[in-house]
Design a protein around this ligand. Structure first.
Ligand code: NAG
Ligand code: NAG
Ligand code: NAG
Ligand code: NAG
Ligand code: NAG
Ligand code: NAG
Ligand code: NAG
Ligand code: NAG
Ligand code: NAG
Ligand code: NAG
Length: 302
């Protein structure tokens, strides 16, 4: 990882206290999906700890933006559906609520320590919901019966505008169809639809919510296989979006001459892995492997 410590008098103490290394490129904070292990089974294949299941997308971005750091939101990412049993809503909201708080804490701490560095937030499934709730506000306890999601206050707009350059929500269960920040051919709301998208919509310049038709969770469809494959399905679009945001940012910061120095993202021609219609945990393991094969093939680790 080509991370460098940014020495900023006054903020260095904060960075050291929180053990934060400031990125010269993008600081990518990933929200991993339900059931993905905190400890990466293989950093080369799956990305660093706390990013399994989605870190491979951030690694591809890091390969195009020198000096980037890929890190993860530290939260349980509990699997509400172990062994393909009944969906345990309690397991889900307890984990999700912790994830929202962790997202808020980590974004706030990073910006305090590294005010001149930009963050990208990239989440998949439960990991997308925690990011959406941290930015747009907790969806509250009344959205679906029995789900005691917190009604947390969103992170301040000023904080997001000054420190968060890009937000990629992949297959968010709180997805709302036909918003200005939607990408993909989903036309239905997710299974836990966000009642109020006002704050999210204000971030339409920097936020994209990716969802494919028939995804069980973000489109209220009938396919868990489509859901489990979403990080792979939208991988190229997420990479292009985040790299474009970075290119625009560096261009606006230091004049147009610098924008042309970054390579444009090349869409992968690699065959997308086929997420077989298996149990959640098994499919996720399959997915991680597939993602790893893609990553290895593209030799993103430099
Ligand atoms: C700080 O993080 C590094 C790895 O990034 C780790 O090796 C070290 O033990 C951490 N130090 C503290 C005090 O947590
Ligand atoms: C991790 O994955 C890489 C790439 O496939 C492989 O070369 C390496 O042996 C793996 N490491 C372990 C500990 O399995
Ligand atoms: C990720 O996980 C490890 C434990 O495996 C932890 O020490 C580390 O601080 C975590 N943080 C981030 C930002 O990835
Ligand atoms: C659901 O999860 C909660 C919290 O983890 C647990 O206390 C409860 O027993 C679980 N319910 C079932 C039916 O397994
Ligand atoms: C959110 O909900 C959890 C339980 O689900 C609770 O422990 C926590 O205190 C709540 N509040 C915040 C701000 O996270
Ligand atoms: C949605 O897009 C996917 C990927 O392009 C495609 O396979 C699928 O058929 C589309 N579904 C609908 C309902 O348009
Ligand atoms: C979204 O727009 C499509 C096409 O206009 C429409 O068919 C669909 O019902 C809309 N979905 C929602 C949830 O409003
Ligand atoms: C939605 O949220 C915004 C921002 O918090 C608020 O101003 C607005 O009143 C809310 N709309 C509804 C219908 O609750
Ligand atoms: C799932 O939904 C799609 C779109 O409504 C439909 O074409 C398909 O037949 C359904 N599949 C199953 C197994 O129900
Ligand atoms: C980058 O800037 C151009 C020109 O201002 C704009 O058209 C484009 O939408 C921007 N891209 C992103 C991803 O913000």
């Amino acid at each position: 990882m080509r991370a460098a410590v940014l020495v900023l008098t006054g903020h260095l103490a904060a960075a050291m206290a929180a053990n934060i290394t400031c990125a010269e490129g993008l600081y990518m904070l990933c929200g991993r999906p339900s059931g993905a292990p905190a400890i990466s089974p293989n950093v080369t294949l799956y990305g660093p700890d706390n990013t399994t299941g989605v870190g491979f997308v951030a690694d591809k971005i890091a390969a195009q933006i020198p000096g980037s750091i890929v890190a993860g939101i530290e939260y349980p990412a509990s699997d509400p559906d172990p062994d393909n049993g009944p969906f345990n809503l309690t397991t889900y909201y307890l984990s999700e609520n912790q994830g929202v708080q962790a997202t808020m804490n980590q974004v706030t701490a990073y910006h305090a320590a590294c005010p001149n560095s930009q963050i990208a937030l990239i989440g998949f499934s439960q990991g997308a919901q925690i990011i959406a709730d941290a930015l747009c506000g907790g969806i509250g306890p009344d959205v679906i019966p029995g789900a005691k999601f917190n009604s947390s206050v969103p992170l301040p707009v000023s904080l997001i505008e000054s420190s968060v350059l890009a937000i990629a929500l992949i297959a968010d269960p709180t997805h709302v169809a036909n918003t200005t920040y939607d990408v993909g051919n989903s036309t239905n709301n997710g299974v836990i639809p966000r009642a109020n998208t006002t704050v999210c919509a204000a971030y339409s310049d920097r936020m994209q919510s990716y969802c494919e038709a028939n995804d069980f969770f973000c489109d209220s469809g009938n396919s868990t296989a489509i859901h489990l494959a979403e990080a792979n399905t939208f991988e190229d679009q997420v990479v292009q979006f985040v790299v474009n945001r970075w290119t625009n940012y560096t261009a606006s910061k230091s004049g147009s001459s610098q924008s042309s120095s970054l390579p444009s993202p090349t869409p992968s021609s690699t065959t997308k892995p086929n997420a077989a219609n298996r149990g959640l945990s098994v499919s996720q393991t399959t997915l991680w492997s597939s993602a790893g094969i893609l990553m290895a093939a593209l030799a993103v680790l430099g």
